[in-house]
Design a protein around this ligand. Structure first.
Ligand SMILES: *Cc1c(COP(=O)(O)O)cnc(C)c1O
Length: 413
């Protein structure tokens, strides 16, 4: 099993059409449209990453932390009860919810923390929305021995108090951002401001496959361990590749984590699942791939939900990790290439999936991951019993139980 963990640069043998070009573009998307003062520091991150992934000690240290600290490889679980209930394809779950800290984010946070340490940086800086990236990064910082500073909109600080406490317990400094809409967008501006003032001291640790080149590649590569493991595990259990992969897409890191190892296997169909929220007709959704248009956001060219003036639109999802008006540029390109299909599920379908997985399998999924399960619930019955689906269970749902109970009080089961 261990050899499935080795092999950085993780994605070196992917065919060229799935790699960023020398300017960091995946087809028409990506790049690094940045203010001039950030061009140098971000180029330095790219160079340091290229150097690090060819050094055995760097890879070995990451490998060891992934196995001994995170608990990898994560299980690939055959969901027998859910499969029987849906009556169709066999459903396997990749159990990223069993990782230390309860989600996939720790995979790339540890990679970024080790890279920052290798570059001689003192502080990991990031923004966080609901606090999940902040908690995973604060965890990695504590482990690796770096300082950590997390910027968070003041509104989110109030709403997500438990995560603020966690970050502080882990030794991180949480900065409540009080200007503008006091939300995620301002948190990005605030964190970037601090980073830009002292890039020699700080490492900007992005929380998904988004932002300027090289971050979409770095985060994807660190997450790609998920798909490499899943491939070895399904070959061992079933002796063949799956027919479908399904994962939720916010920025898109858990999805690319699962998908990347299978991109060159053309028989494997791939679906990314976005939040249709309260419906695609209004504005209460975050279906960027479905309804977004090309534009620029957070140092990348990508698809986004935007206003007529080119400002990112306010978006909605019951899963705070999917509540983002943009998407990783490689997803926009994978759609363009016709390699990945993007679909959406509503809040109601997501809640139904949350309850169904909890009750059939005794696994409470994160609301983000419940989007993937909701799509599996639609897909599996349309397929034969000889077909196989692997869904990424990106995180556990303990954080969401109060919210779901309130939602059910309000909307009924
Ligand atoms: C943050 C988060 C997501 C969304 O992020 P991606 O980059 O799209 O993967 C999905 N699931 C869980 C459990 C998360 O914490």
């Amino acid at each position: 099993m261990t050899e499935t963990l080795v092999g950085y640069p993780a994605t070196a043998n992917l065919s060229e059409k799935y790699q960023a070009n020398s300017e960091g573009y995946f087809g028409a998307y990506g790049g690094a449209p940045l203010p001039p003062h950030l061009v140098g520091p971000i180029a330095e991150v790219a160079a340091a990453y290229q150097e690090a992934i060819n050094v055995p000690e760097f890879n070995n240290e990451l490998q060891q932390l992934l196995s001994d600290y995170v608990g990898r490889p994560s299980l690939l679980y055959f969901a027998k009860n859910l499969t029987r209930e849906l009556g169709g394809a066999k459903v396997y779950l990749k159990r990223e919810d069993l990782n230390h800290t309860g989600a996939h984010k720790i995979n790339h946070c540890l990679g970024e923390a080790l890279l920052a340490k290798r570059m001689g940086k003192k502080t990991l800086i990031a923004e966080t929305g609901a606090g999940q990236h902040g908690v995973a990064l604060a965890t990695a910082a504590a482990l690796v021995g770096l300082k950590c500073e997390i910027h968070m909109g003041a509104i989110d600080v109030d709403k997500q108090h438990a995560n603020v406490r966690r970050m502080e317990m882990l030794g991180a400094k949480v900065v409540a951002v009080e200007f503008g809409g006091r939300s995620l967008k301002e948190a990005v501006d605030s964190a970037f401001g601090v980073y830009a003032a002292a890039p020699d001291e700080h490492f900007y640790a992005i929380g998904s496959v988004v932002g300027p080149n090289p971050y979409p590649t770095i985060v994807r590569d660190f997450q790609s361990v998920v798909g490499r493991e899943a491939k070895a595990q399904i070959l061992e259990k079933e002796g063949r590749l799956p027919d479908y992969l399904v994962a939720c897409v916010g920025g898109g890191s858990n999805a690319l984590g699962l998908f990347t190892a299978f991109l060159d296997d053309e028989s494997v169909k791939i679906q990314g699942v976005e939040p249709a929220g309260e419906g695609l007709e209004g504005t209460r959704h975050a279906a960027t791939m479905t309804l977004g248009t090309p534009g620029m956001l957070h140092g990348m060219h990508t698809k986004l939900l935007q206003t007529a003036e080119g400002e990112p639109s306010p978006v909605h999802s019951i899963a705070s990790g999917l509540d983002y008006p943009g998407v990783g540029p490689q997803h926009a390109d994978l759609e363009q290439q016709g390699r990945v299909e993007y679909v959406s599920v509503t809040d109601r379908e997501t809640i139904d999936a949350f309850l169904k997985l909890s009750r059939t399998e005794g696994i409470i999924p994160a609301l983000e991951s419940s989007h993937a399960i909701a799509q599996v619930i639609k897909l599996a019955p349309t397929l034969g019993e000889d077909q196989i689906i692997i869904a990424n269970l990106s995180g556990r749902g303990d954080k969401d139980t109060d919210f779901v109970a309130e939602w059910l009080d309000e909307h009924g089961e």
